[in-house]
Write a protein that binds this ligand. Structure first.
Ligand code: NAD
Ligand code: MG
Length: 332
C-alpha cells in the first residue's frame, strides 16, 4: 500500500455498491466501479461520474476489491473473474459473510479477506453520510496475510461513514448468522408477517381495510422511530397508559412460547446450513418458488389499500425518492 488511501474497486452498483462508491469518493478515495458491460446499473454508475470497467479490468490494480453483487452470483464471479485477476496481496472485502462462512468462496491464500457490513440498506448508508452521520457497522477479518487486514477494514468502514465509535468487531460466522436471523425472524420476515396478520385479523372481523392499514402498518413507523431514538423506554414515554397496559398484558399473546420456539428453529436452520443449502438450490433451479412467494406479497390486498392511501400522503414523495435504488429498477 502506497498511501493511507488505498485504491478501491467496487464490483456491483446496486443498493450497497452505489452508496459505498459515492461515500468513499466523497471521503477522498480513488474509486473504480467494476460492472458487466451492458449490465443494468452501468449507465447509473457512469452518470454518477465513475470510471466503469469490466470486473476483470477493474480489479487488476485495486488494493481493496469490494464484492457488492448479489450473494448468489459471488462464487462464480470470484472463481472466474476475481481470483484470476486480483493483484497479489490485495484485500478482498465483503458486505456480508455468507459465501465465505458457508464455504462457497475459499479465497486465494495471498489475499487479505475482510468484512465491512453496514447495518442498514444502501440508500440509508448514503443519506446518513450526506447529512454527516453514519450507519452503525460491523467488521471482521477472515484472513490476514499483510498484517494490516484489520486496519484496511477500519479504513474502508470510516470511508463509507460507518462512524468509528459505532463499528463493532465481529467474525464472519457471527455476522452471517445474526444478519440472517435478524432479517428472517424480526426485520423482514417477522415484521412483514406480523403486519399482514394483524391487518387480516381486523379486516376479517369486518373493520375498514383503510383503518386497519393505519393501525397495523402506517403507525409502525412511529413506534420504530421511538425504538431507534431511545429504545422501548422511549416508546413507553410517548404512548398512552392504556397502550402501555395493553402492550404489557397482550404482547405475549402474540409472541408466546411457540413463537420463541419457532425463532430458535429459524436460528438452528441458519446455524446448521439448512437455510443456506435451500437458498443456493432455489437460486440454481431458477428461483420459481422465490418469485411466486414474492409475487404473493406484492399481490396482498394490504398493498392495494396502502397504495391508494399513500397517494394522498404528499410528504412521502421526497423520502420515497431517496429510498429508490438500482435494485428496484433492476427487478422491474
Ligand atoms: P443489489 O442486488 O442491490 O446489486 C447488485 C449489483 O451487482 C448490481 O449493480 C448488478 O448489476 C451487479 N451484478 C449482478 N451480477 C453481476 C455479475 N455477475 N458481475 C458483476 N456485477 C453484477 O445487491 P445488494 O443488495 O447491494 O447486495 C450486495 C451485497 O451487500 C450482498 O453481499 C449483500 O448481502 C450485502 N448487503 C446488502 C444490504 C442491503 O441492504 N441491500 C445490507 C448489508 C449487506
Ligand atoms: Mg442481510
Amino acid at each position: 500500500m502506497t498511501s493511507n488511501k488505498p485504491r478501491i474497486t467496487i464490483v456491483g452498483y446496486g443498493s450497497q455498491g452505489r452508496a459505498h462508491a459515492l461515500n468513499l469518493r466523497d471521503s477522498g478515495f480513488d474509486v473504480t466501479v467494476g460492472l458487466r458491460p451492458g449490465g443494468p446499473t452501468e449507465l447509473k454508475a457512469k452518470a454518477d461520474g465513475f470510471t466503469v470497467k469490466t470486473p476483470a479490468d477493474a480489479v487488476k490494480d485495486a488494493e481493496i476489491v469490494a464484492v457488492l453483487t448479489p450473494d448468489m452470483v459471488q462464487p462464480q464471479l470470484y472463481g472466474e473473474v476475481l481470483e484470476p485477476h486480483m493483484a497479489e496481496g490485495a484485500c478482498l472485502l465483503f458486505a456480508h459473510g455468507f459465501n465465505v462462512h458457508y464455504g462457497q468462496i475459499s479465497p486465494r491464500a495471498d489475499l487479505d479477506v475482510v468484512l465491512v457490513a453496514p447495518k442498514g440498506p444502501g440508500a440509508l448508508v448514503r443519506r446518513e453520510y450526506e447529512i454527516g452521520r453514519g450507519v452503525p457497522s460491523v467488521y471482521a477479518v477472515h484472513q490476514d496475510t499483510s498484517g494490516k487486514a484489520e486496519q484496511l477494514a477500519l479504513t474502508y468502514c470510516a470511508g463509507i461513514g460507518g462512524a468509528r465509535q459505532n463499528a463493532i468487531k465481529t467474525s464472519f460466522k457471527e455476522e452471517t448468522e445474526t444478519d440472517l436471523f435478524g432479517e428472517q425472524a424480526v426485520l423482514c420476515g417477522g415484521a412483514t408477517k406480523l403486519v399482514q396478520a394483524g391487518w387480516e385479523t381486523l379486516v376479517e372481523a369486518g373493520y375498514q381495510p383503510e383503518v386497519a392499514y393505519y393501525e397495523c402498518l402506517h403507525e409502525l413507523k412511529l413506534i420504530v422511530d421511538l425504538f431507534y431514538e431511545g429504545g422501548v423506554t422511549r416508546m413507553h414515554e410517548f404512548i398512552s397508559e392504556t397502550a402501555q397496559y395493553g402492550a404489557l398484558t397482550r404482547g405475549n399473546y402474540v409472541v408466546d412460547d411457540n413463537t420463541r420456539a419457532q425463532m430458535r428453529k429459524v436460528l438452528a436452520e441458519i446455524q446448521d446450513g439448512t437455510f443456506a443449502r435451500q437458498w443456493i438450490a432455489e437460486y440454481a433451479a431458477g428461483n420459481a418458488n422465490y418469485k411466486a412467494m414474492k409475487q404473493a406479497d406484492l399481490d396482498h390486498p394490504i398493498e392495494t389499500v396502502g397504495k391508494q392511501l399513500r397517494a394522498n400522503m404528499q410528504w412521502l414523495s421526497t423520502s420515497q425518492a431517496a429510498n429508490t435504488t438500482a435494485k428496484q429498477s433492476e427487478a422491474a
